[in-house]
Design a binder for this molecule. Structure first.
Ligand SMILES: CC(C)(COP(=O)(O)OP(=O)(O)OC[C@H]1O[C@@H](n2cnc3c(N)ncnc32)[C@H](O)[C@@H]1OP(=O)(O)O)[C@@H](O)C(=O)NCCC(=O)NCCSC(=O)C[C@H](O)C(=O)O
Ligand SMILES: [Mg+2]
Length: 279
């Protein structure tokens, strides 16, 4: 069964109220953040809050814990506490496959996600995506912009080379890939435009920082009615062609091949998975 990842909400692990609230929010996945959203003074108390929160039921939401960087004093404790307590561990600032080996040495077999947010990480995206324990990638556009010394542009042109490398790597190895956050969380039009761009590029969803961003990401990363209608008609046209002994169908002047039917079936399966979540 497909698992939608349209909306992936960061929730600071130091904020008990926000973690409680996340249990009823329409997020496909939640990142409980021990890294950037938590001050040094709160790192250890946040672990206790998070341990308590994870005892609660989060329903179908994928529960991902972002630990502190492996070179920090907190990483060992984070992994001891959460290496197996959630659905996956999200490792920040992954630069190469060996960074994931260091995590796996402490929690063998744990499902991992990687933050893709450094120039080195982008250049090694294929090696990172190939790691056998990796399940998903999350783009960290804030860190990447900082490292690149780039200027914010609505079209995100400075980021395109890195985003493209990560998308290629994730798709080559069958991993989920989630776009970076949109910082201006009250700017709905800006968020929608960035979600549309990410959807067109092939991302599975958007990482988010505020509940107000959920509805737009859920809408944009779900198949549209027009896409569903086309998918059904492509499958029907192809089935008819096959029944007539042909390997290619023509629908409204465009060819429909096996590969289009595969994509059409994936679109319908995603819509079904989304509908099941809404029940
Ligand atoms: C940005 C915020 C600090 C704003 O918080 P606040 O002022 O409390 O917002 P509101 O008053 O509008 O909140 C309304 C209610 O919603 C709850 N809330 C707010 N944010 C969240 C959330 N993320 N998850 C769950 N619930 C949330 C509030 O508690 C209010 O609830 P109620 O009491 O019922 O009214 C805040 O949104 C925030 O902290 N966001 C997360 C920031 C974060 O995690 N940042 C780190 C990750 S981003 C990043 O670094 C990515 C990557 O590494 C990179 O490099 O790019
Ligand atoms: Mg970051």
């Amino acid at each position: 069964m497909m698992r939608p990842c349209r909306s992936v909400l960061y929730v600071p692990a130091a904020n008990a109220r926000a973690m409680e609230k996340a249990r009823s929010l329409p997020a496909d996945a939640i990142i409980f953040d021990l890294e950037d959203a938590v001050t040094a003074a709160e790192k250890v108390p946040a672990r206790d809050l998070l341990a308590k929160a994870l005892l609660q039921d989060f329903g179908p939401r994928v529960r991902i814990v972002r630990i502190n960087g492996m070179d920090t004093e907190w990483a060992e404790g984070d992994l001891r506490a959460f290496g197996r307590a959630a659905d996956a561990v999200l490792v920040p600032k992954v630069a190469r496959g060996a960074d994931l080996d260091r995590v796996i040495a402490r929690v063998p077999g744990a499902p991992l996600w990687a933050m893709m947010e450094t120039p080195e990480g982008m250049l090694n995206a294929a090696e990172i995506a190939a790691h056998p324990q990796l399940r998903g990638m999350v783009i960290g556009t804030n860190d990447l912009m900082k490292e690149l010394r780039a200027r914010f542009r609505p079209d995100r042109q400075p980021l395109m080379a890195g985003l493209g490398l990560c998308l290629l790597a994730a798709r080559a190895h069958g991993r989920v890939i989630v776009d970076g956050v949109y910082n201006a969380y009250q700017d709905e039009a800006g968020l929608r435009a960035e979600c549309e761009q990410g959807r067109e590029m092939g991302f599975d969803g958007k990482s988010l920082i505020h509940p107000a961003q959920l509805a737009i990401a859920n809408e944009v990363f779900a198949p549209t009615e027009a896409e569903l209608d086309l998918a059904r008609r492509q499958i029907a046209a192809f089935d008819t062609a096959v029944a007539q002994g042909q390997g290619i169908a023509v629908l409204e002047g465009q060819i429909v091949e096996n590969l289009h039917v595969e994509a059409a079936r994936a679109t319908l399966a995603m819509a079904e998975a989304i509908a099941l979540r809404a029940e």
